[in-house]
Design a protein around this ligand. Structure first.
Ligand code: PMP
Ligand code: GLN
Length: 386
């Protein structure tokens, strides 16, 4: 392994899912739903396969039906108009969108500002692009029970070497949804310092209570400098299909496509037709997904509180970040490695998503995109920890 990648080793998600398999523990670690997405969308994939749509190399930018559906979705939910031919790119999941964006837009030595705790592929892709990551830490505010971005810290992190801001909202792993005011401030900073913004909005439809997802591209001066990333894995519960996408101005999409050409060339065909149909589902689908997940969030967060965890109630995503200090435990990684033996549950240590190791040492993430009875059983097991 070369020096750029040496520090990254095996992703924590693979490590913890392997631990769940080998111990038979309930896997609340890696984020994937244990119920597949809509039947009609699966049927659409079967039809595409059977009818020979997408069984050979589809067009590089994605099949026209899906690009049109992505553009229509951005218009329908956010009033953002993108040209399906020049401003939309289909990728192999959001993961490839992140990699291709960074490889295309970062020069060796450029600084990339990322919110910390950061999704692990950000750090690896910044490194593969030869960039330097500059984390800005979301800090736990005990009074508000949430993680918050310090806008002064963000401003202070920008230097003459800063090339782009890598934003993620709703935020994995903290469950924070950046507010309109926070996003407006990020946008102003990007315009003022002439920065590009790559924004990972894969959890755009998974927002709860009064929280609202506002795409960064909707703010003044942002449409032309923002690469927006999303994925059908989260919105439609098909993480195995790996259909993601990018929307951005033509020059940015062209740049990202240049990198994508040499990563995967094209993305798998038949699923693209199915996701094109999924994006046209009625509002009731998107509302139902949210309502269902909100109930699951409450179920698991009540269980975690009852078990003694400090719970940071998420406003978005399907993750709950907890504090483990009530257990007299300091190291999240050690805690997670021992958890299957102690009580038959697997979780993710947030500490691996930090450069500031002390900031994340006592945090553990649990996923709640699981059947109610699985969450109930996990809650019972976790109560045995005390
Ligand atoms: N970004 C974030 C913040 C994620 O949580 C995930 C999913 N785990 C991804 C990107 C990757 O999405 P995909 O599975 O579509 O590649
Ligand atoms: N995004 C998912 C998570 O945060 C997992 C994706 C992965 O395994 N790379 O848990």
């Amino acid at each position: 392994l070369n020096r750029r990648l040496a520090e990254f080793g095996t992703t924590i998600f693979a490590e913890m899912s392997a631990l769940a398999l080998s111990t038979g523990a309930i896997n609340l670690g890696q984020g994937f739903p244990d119920t597949d997405g809509p039947e009609e969308v699966r049927e659409a994939a079967v039809r595409a396969l059977r009818d020979g749509r997408g069984n050979q190399y589809p067009p590089g930018p994605g099949v026209p039906e899906l690009r049109a559906a992505i553009a229509a979705h951005q218009q329908r939910y956010y009033g953002l108009a993108y040209d399906p031919d020049t401003e939309v790119l289909v990728t192999a999941g959001a993961t490839e969108a992140i990699a291709a964006s960074l490889l295309a837009l970062v020069e060796p030595g450029d600084e990339v500002i990322a919110l910390e705790p950061y999704y692990d592929s950000y750090a690896a892709c910044i490194a593969m692009a030869g960039g330097r990551r500059v984390p800005v830490t979301l800090r736990a505010h005990e009074d508000e029970g949430r993680f918050r971005l310090d806008l002064d810290e963000l401003r202070d992190a920008v230097t003459d070497r800063t090339r782009l801001l890598l934003i993620n909202t709703p935020h994995n792993p903290t469950g924070t949804v950046l507010t309109r005011e926070e996003l407006a401030a990020i946008a102003e900073l990007a315009v003022e310092r002439d920065l590009l913004v790559v924004t990972d909005e894969v959890y755009e439809h998974l927002v709860f209570d009064e929280a609202e997802h506002v795409p960064l591209a909707t703010f003044p001066g942002m449409r032309e400098r923002t690469v927006t990333i999303s994925s059908s894995g989260k919105t439609f519960s098909f993480t195995g299909w790996k259909v993601g996408w990018v929307t951005a101005a033509p020059e940015l999409v062209t740049a990202v496509r240049s990198a994508k050409q040499y990563l995967t060339y094209v993305s798998a065909g038949p699923f693209q037709y199915a996701i094109a149909e999924a994006l046209g589902l009625p509002d009731s689908y998107f509302d139902g997904l949210r309502t269902d997940l909100r109930r699951k969030r409450d179920l698991l967060s009540d269980g975690l509180r009852a078990a003694g965890f400090k719970v940071y109630q998420p406003k978005g995503t399907y993750f709950i970040t907890t504090g483990i200090t009530p257990f007299g435990e300091k190291d999240a990684y050690a805690f997670c490695r021992a958890l299957p033996q102690r009580c038959g549950v697997v979780a993710i240590p947030n500490s691996v998503f930090y450069d500031d190791v002390d900031a994340g040492r006592g945090q553990v993430r649990f996923a709640f995109c699981k059947k109610d009875d699985v969450l109930q059983e996990a809650a019972v097991r976790l109560r045995g920890l005390a």
